[in-house]
Design a protein around this ligand. Sequence first.
Ligand SMILES: CC(C)(COP(=O)(O)OP(=O)(O)OC[C@H]1O[C@@H](n2cnc3c(N)ncnc32)[C@H](O)[C@@H]1OP(=O)(O)O)[C@@H](O)C(=O)NCCC(=O)NCCS
Length: 212
Amino acid sequence: MKISKLETKRLILKGLELSDAESYEKNFADYEVIRFLSDQVPWPYPEGGAVDFIKAVVLPKQGVTRWSWGIFLKDHPDEVIGCIDLWRDGRPENRGFWLAKRFWGQGLMTEAVEVVNSYAFEELGFERLVFSNAVGNERSRRVKEKTHAVLLSQRPAGFVDPQFTEAETWELTAETWWAHHRPSFIGNYKDMMDPDDHPLTPHDGKPSNHEW
Ligand SMILES: CC(C)(COP(=O)(O)OP(=O)(O)OC[C@H]1O[C@@H](n2cnc3c(N)ncnc32)[C@H](O)[C@@H]1OP(=O)(O)O)[C@@H](O)C(=O)NCCC(=O)NCCS
């Protein structure tokens, strides 16, 4: 199912498609990116791994229980330079993200997270989001801190880089998010919807029905 396109000052977030697989893999298959991820992610990353991931994991659930956006720069809109995903059933987390290393440290993921958080609470009806990162993944941790998540706990966990042995669990409630962001982000992303996307309804605390 098609998912809404979201925009920020510098980025366009578009639902991942098979045609994105080549640039996805080119940017993702980098140990500096993958080493921070769960040890469920294969390393060395297999050739064609992105096609398999998009076909088997993303597309069957896209817009139903999963929302996987490719991240594109507005001034270079043909290449996926990262990804941000939400999923309904927490394990315990509901979100993942990565960005090609050459773009780190410019605030780009924080920008993507802000619009996706707003969309999750406003349109998808999440009441809380749970996030996770390796203890020692300071960049990921910082993105969460900057976007008002609250650290809950630590637990043992395996990552591609075996030097990471524990995960932090974070929570962000809709209430906390809207205390910081309402109403500016609602307007920001509503104005940027594709004309062929379903119309957005005013926020009434309930999920709108187009993803259900
Ligand atoms: C995590 C990741 C998505 C962050 O993307 P990004 O666009 O660089 O993030 P931002 O620029 O929005 O924010 C990064 C923050 O970390 C800070 N930072 C950078 N290096 C740091 C370090 N070594 N220690 C502490 N903070 C650091 C930056 O200064 C920035 O914070 P600031 O705005 O307060 O200065 C990116 O580093 C990445 O893809 N990493 C590999 C994959 C990964 O870890 N995914 C998440 C798994 S939970």
